[in-house]
Design a binder for this molecule. Structure first.
Ligand code: GLP
Length: 279
C-alpha cells in the first residue's frame, strides 16, 4: 500500500488525477471503476480540464441507491452525468451504473458482475471512504468476499448523506453496491480521503486489523493500492512520518505504476501474475 499525504485536498487530488490521466493516456481502452460522493468531485474537474479522450474507455460505478429515478438529483446516475460524463466524449454504451430500479435486483447484480468480467476487469478502481470505513456501500460487517448486491444502509451512512437529500428521512434505505470481493479484483485501487471526519476510518483501514468493522481495511489484502490523503485525514495514522519520508524519497526506479502491471488472477485477489509489481 502506498500512502501519499499532502497538505491539502487540492494537492492530494493533483496526484490522484495524474495517476488516472496517465492510465487513460497509456491505455485508451482502459476500464475504470468510478465513485461518487463529495471526495472525487475535484478529481473529476481536474480530469475534465485535461480534455482527455474518453471515447474508448469503459466505466463501472461502484453503487447506486435503490428506488430513486436516474433523474433524481441525488441519484448516482445524475451525479456521474453532471459531474463527469457530460463533460467528456465517453460513449454512453460504455457507461455502467447499477440499476436501482431493476425489478429483479439479484439478477441485475449478477449481470453487473458478468459485464465487468466481459469488459476485461477493472484497471483502476477509484474509492472514497465513509466515516465508518465503508467503501461503495459496503457497510460495516459486510463480507470481505462480497459481490455486487443490495445492502441496507447503516444509520450513520444515512445520517452522513442526509446533507445531500435535505433531511435524513429522505435518504433511501437500500443501495446496490459492488462487493468488497469485486473491488479487490480491480488491478489497482485508488482511495481518496480528505478532512478530519475521515481520520479515524483511514487509520483503521491502513493500520488497523483487517476487519469487517472497517470494510476499507480489506484493501490491505490487495497488492496495488494507492491512498491519497490530506493532512487532516492522515492525522490519526501512527506511521505518518514514515509514509511522508517513503514518498518523499521515492526514487525514479520505484515509480512504477500498477496500471502498467499484468492483471491479478480474477478469482484470487492479491495474487499477481508474473511480471507484475507491488507498491
Ligand atoms: C457514500 C458513497 C461512498 C463514498 C461515501 C463518502 O456512502 N457510497 O462511495 O465514499 O459516501 O462520501 P463523501 O466523499 O461525500 O464523504
Amino acid at each position: 500500500m502506498e500512502i501519499i499525504i499532502q497538505p491539502t485536498p487540492a494537492g492530494a487530488t493533483r496526484i490522484a488525477a495524474k495517476i488516472m490521466a496517465d492510465l487513460i493516456s497509456a491505455k485508451p481502452a482502459a476500464v475504470l471503476g468510478l465513485a461518487t460522493g463529495s471526495t472525487p468531485e475535484r478529481l473529476y474537474r481536474a480530469l475534465i480540464a485535461q480534455k482527455l479522450d474518453w471515447s474508448r474507455l469503459t466505466c463501472f460505478n461502484l453503487d447506486e441507491y435503490v428506488g430513486i429515478l436516474p433523474e433524481h438529483l441525488q441519484s448516482y446516475h445524475h451525479f456521474m452525468w453532471e459531474k463527469l460524463f457530460r463533460h467528456t466524449n465517453i460513449s454512453l454504451g460504455n457507461v455502467h451504473i447499477p440499476d436501482g430500479l431493476a425489478s429483479d435486483i439479484p439478477a441485475t447484480c449478477e449481470s453487473y458482475e458478468r459485464k465487468i468480467v466481459a469488459a476485461g476487469g477493472i484497471d483502476l478502481q477509484l474509492l472514497g471512504i465513509g466515516t465508518d470505513g465503508h467503501i461503495g456501500f459496503n457497510e460495516q460487517t459486510s463480507s470481505l468476499a462480497s459481490r455486487t448486491r443490495i445492502k441496507t444502509l447503516a444509520p450513520q451512512t444515512r445520517k452522513d448523506n442526509a446533507r445531500f437529500f435535505g433531511g435524513e428521512e429522505k435518504v433511501p434505505h437500500h443501495a446496490i453496491t459492488m462487493g468488497i470481493g469485486t473491488i479487490l479484483e480491480a488491478r489497482h485501487c485508488l482511495l481518496l480521503a480528505f478532512g478530519d471526519k475521515k481520520a479515524r476510518a483511514i487509520a483503521g483501514a491502513i493500520e488497523g486489523p483487517i476487519t469487517a468493522m472497517n470494510p476499507a481495511s480489506a484493501l490491505q489484502l490487495h497488492p496495488a493500492v494507492t491512498v491519497c490523503l490530506d493532512s487532516a485525514a492522515a492525522a490519526e495514522l501512527k506511521l505518518q512520518e514514515y509514509y511522508r519520508r517513503a514518498y518523499g524519497q521515492k526514487s525514479d526506479w520505484q515509480k512504477i505504476r500498477p496500471a502498467a502491471c499484468r492483471s491479478p488472477s480474477p478469482k484470487q485477489p492479491g495474487k499477481l501474475a508474473a511480471g507484475s509489481c507491488q507498491i
